[in-house]
Design a binder for this molecule. Structure first.
Ligand SMILES: *Cc1c(COP(=O)(O)O)cnc(C)c1O
Length: 219
């Protein structure tokens, strides 16, 4: 199947209002162009250098979304053009995004990545620490950051009950945090190639799909 056919098959299963991030990390720019020509505009990358290199050669109306763990010293590489950083997991990172976005005279959308999975290796905020940070109000005062919602990666397992538990947990976190922000807090980003049909049942508004569109990645 072509990228175009795979994209269209996936889009046909997404309810109205759910956006698709095409996760293109590790795939060459030509493959992204193919998806672009099929109508896709939102692309997800996990490494700032790779994203910046692709941004330089691909169309200007692409909506670039950072999905991978981001080191603070790399924010400046993507701040001039990135639309959303969906992997925000520390105070230091929010402060640096605010600083770099201000320098570029831009507002950057972010998602708060919360850790709910079993694996300790997974990134994301500990929910209690996040709540304490949000209680200070400092994030809400940052003028160049718009907090759009939350993101998580479910436990990597074949046990569907555990995946459902993770999605249930992040949905309740989303509902708890929503009152702390204005109406632009509207995004629950859950669901990848293997688990997005389940994520949709839990109210996902933004799925992040790589393998099912572009095939397996060569690392
Ligand atoms: C790689 C990645 C994805 C896409 O995973 P697939 O299984 O290829 O769909 C989604 N979200 C994040 C955060 C990723 O790092």
């Amino acid at each position: 199947m072509s990228i175009k056919e795979r994209l269209h098959n996936i889009l046909a299963t997404l309810p109205e209002g759910v956006s698709l991030v095409a996760v293109s990390k590790f795939h060459p720019a030509e493959r992204l162009q193919e998806a672009y020509d099929a109508g896709q505009r939102i692309f997800g990358e996990s490494r700032p250098q790779e994203m910046a290199a692709k941004q330089a050669v691909l169309p200007d109306d692409i909506v670039w979304t950072m999905i991978g763990h981001l080191q603070t010293n790399k924010v400046k590489m993507i701040a001039p053009f990135v639309s959303m950083i969906s992997s925000v997991d520390s105070e230091r990172l929010t402060a640096e995004i605010e600083r770099q976005a201000a320098k570029c005279n831009r507002t950057i959308d972010i998602l708060l990545e919360v850790h709910v999975a079993d694996e300790q290796t997974k990134s994301g905020w500990d929910y209690e620490e996040l709540r304490q940070y949000l209680a200070t109000g400092s994030l809400q005062r940052m003028e160049h950051i718009r907090v759009r919602g939350v993101m998580t990666i479910a436990t990597n397992t074949d046990d569907e009950r555990i995946i459902r538990r993770d999605f249930e947990r992040i949905r309740s976190i989303y509902n708890e945090l929503k009152p702390l922000f204005d109406e632009s807090f509207d995004t629950l980003s859950i669901g990848m190639s293997d688990d997005y049909p389940i994520a949709l049942e839990y109210g996902s508004t933004m799925v992040r799909i790589g393998t099912a569109i572009f095939g397996a990645r060569e690392y």
